[in-house]
Write a protein that binds this ligand. Sequence first.
Ligand SMILES: [Zn+2]
Length: 204
Amino acid sequence: MNLEDAQTGLIAVAHEAHARGWVPATSGNFSARLASGDIAITVSGKDKGKLAPEDIVRMSAAGTAHGRLKPSAETLLHLQLYDRDTRINAVVHTHSVNATVASQSSSGRICFANLEILKAFSGIKTHATSIVIPIFENNQDIEVLANEVERYMTTHGQGIAYLIAGHGLYTWGADINESMRHLEALEYLFDYDRLSHSGAAENE
Ligand SMILES: [Zn+2]
């Protein structure tokens, strides 16, 4: 994938995520790995519903920007994923209400099992399985947070997504379309979680 294709693909998913309310008020960021090994990523602080090609910048795999525009403030969380797994070629990060509510679970993780939608995740072929989404404490020091995510994944496996408490969601995929499919499935699961909890509360 070259820079132009990455810009086109990332703008499309950012616009869709914005239209669905998942990246309000300039939040969220999107990236893709280029054939050269460089990373294309949204610049800091742009309205994700109005992105233009120049709002997606190229940087080295070490995070050095090619040009004067500043990559996303959360660049290190994207690089941590690209660095650990060459099969990851796209990363999406959103700040939806659903993800933020889910991230406040006091158990430090959220689990889903026996749901048909789980087949949306790469490598899952049956509903008869479960996934665990870990929740990390929010931290304005992104390097500390990236190191914590890496430590967790080294011990517990990479999984398919993680939440940052009171903040939002990270997920990824082999390409931009797969990462968007994972995002849609996760939003479905967070919707499901909220509705099933409110149903339980009504019965009490
Ligand atoms: Zn964020």
